[in-house]
Ligand binder design. Structure first.
Ligand code: CP3
Length: 395
């Protein structure tokens, strides 16, 4: 266990009096000095930055004694970055940017080079597998995802092919392998997949949706048709998790962003069993691969999300972190959950909100993140500040 508290100009630090997992007693110290203070007196030289054998993020998820929470941000690669916008001018098609190995690697590494997050997420989309499943789609600027022939009937679902990642998206595997080499365990390389219900919502609605009326019509009038579609997605996405792990992903996040549009009773029928199937399949072949589950607006479903068997539940910002932790218990790790809107606030406000979140999460088994993706227009300097403060924290 480290006795040292690192203080730098804009990164206030805090220390916990006890190493016990889940301790919520912290003492904060804010300092403008740039050196290392030993909690028991004196100062020591700054540590050499060396690549740990295992990335901090993996150690934190596994409940090892870590000195601070690892940090990364959902949608950390993308439109708020000037360097991404420059690539978009040259390659205006999202499909091209996300399906060309060199571009995928370059875009994934953009935030890594600038902010050095503890997780480097693949630049891709949850919809990327769709064309390999015979569901043509595009992501159109200003409009978002567009499914060319929305699925509505049993005959439509019959046309959906099971996904064979190595045939349909070899660029994803290649990009993950390169990223793993580039990042070299200085951070964890993160893969991700969409969850069956969330993917089904796009392909049945035909794109993004406000009221989810079409998928609910299907669920509540022809449930067998929807179940057939969900099963195809569950089998396919389980394979996709395994493929990403074999290609180099060190943890995989499952996005069930819109599962919370379902009542708990419907979540238990149309989402939970399929998530569980995916988790079980991934754990059978990759028992040590951490799985993270995110759902937007998940306060009403937290305990049910944990029933999937994932290692980490990612909380959105409408849940108080301390309450979320209490409800989920100490055996599962938590991720989140700063409001992405906080990044539009003052630097002092951002600092305080980070500290509040980390204190509420308690020591260990916490990945600091936002409660949803970074919003377009977020000032890059505020993102830099977020990472600087987060990486300067010490338990
Ligand atoms: O986190 C990362 O940096 C990795 C990249 C990533 C993207 N999409 C890139 C992207 C991830 C993890 C996703 C996941 C995703 N995609 C989700 C789940 C997360 C969530 O937000 O709940 C969902 C629901 C989608 C579907 C999707 N893709 C939508 C609704 C949109 C349109 C958003 C908009 O504002 O236009 C996309 C497009 C998309 N995927 C963009 C990015 C960076 C924006 C388009 C662009 O950059 O040209």
């Amino acid at each position: 266990m480290s006795c040292c508290i690192y203080s730098c100009s804009s990164a206030p630090s805090f220390s916990a009096p006890s190493a016990s997992n889940g301790s919520s007693r912290f003492t904060f110290s804010s300092s403008s000095r740039s050196r290392i203070h030993c909690a028991f007196g004196g100062t020591v030289a700054e540590p050499q930055v060396t690549a740990a054998a295992e990335p901090l993020l993996l150690n934190a998820v596994r409940g090892k004694d870590v000195e601070r929470p690892p940090v990364w941000l959902m949608r950390q690669a993308g439109r708020y970055m000037k360097s991404y916008q420059i690539i978009c001018e040259k390659y205006p098609s999202f499909r091209e940017r996300s399906e060309n190995v060199d571009l995928v690697v370059e875009i994934s590494l953009q935030p890594w080079k600038v902010f050095k997050p503890d997780g480097v997420i693949l630049f891709s989309d949850i919809l990327t597998p769709l064309s390999g499943m015979n569901i043509p789609f595009d992501i159109v600027k200003g409009r978002g995802p567009v499914i060319f022939n929305a699925l509505r009937t049993g005959a439509d679902v019959d046309q959906v092919r099971e996904f064979i990642p190595e045939d349909s998206v070899p660029y994803v595997g290649e990009a993950l392998t390169i990223l793993r080499k580039e990042v070299d365990n200085k951070a964890a390389v993160l893969g991700f997949v969409g969850a069956p219900f969330t993917l089904a919502s796009y392909v049945v609605e035909g794109g993004s949706s406000k009221h989810f009326a079409k998928i609910k019509r299907l669920a509540f009038s022809q449930p067998k048709v929807l179940h057939a579609l969900l099963q195809k997605f569950a089998t396919s996405m389980a394979k996709y998790i395994q493929y990403q792990a074999e290609s180099g992903a060190q943890a995989v996040q499952i996005f069930d962003s819109w599962a919370t549009e379902l009542s708990p009773v419907d979540f238990e029928e149309f989402s939970l069993p399929y998530l569980k199937q995916m988790v079980d399949a991934a754990k059978r072949t990759h028992p040590n691969l951490p799985l993270i589950l995110y759902a937007s607006g998940s306060g009403g479903l937290l305990e049910r999300l944990a029933l999937t068997g994932v290692d980490v539940v990612s909380l959105d910002w409408t849940v108080d972190m301390a309450e979320g932790r209490r409800r989920l218990g100490q055996n599962i790790a938590v991720q989140g959950n700063v409001d992405p809107g906080v990044l539009f606030g003052s630097k002092e406000f951002i600092t305080n909100r980070i500290r509040d979140t980390v204190r509420k999460a308690g020591r260990g088994k916490h990945i600091l993140n936002l409660g949803h993706g970074i919003v377009v227009g977020t000032p890059e300097e505020n993102v830099a500040h977020f990472f600087e403060v987060a990486k300067g924290l010490r338990y």
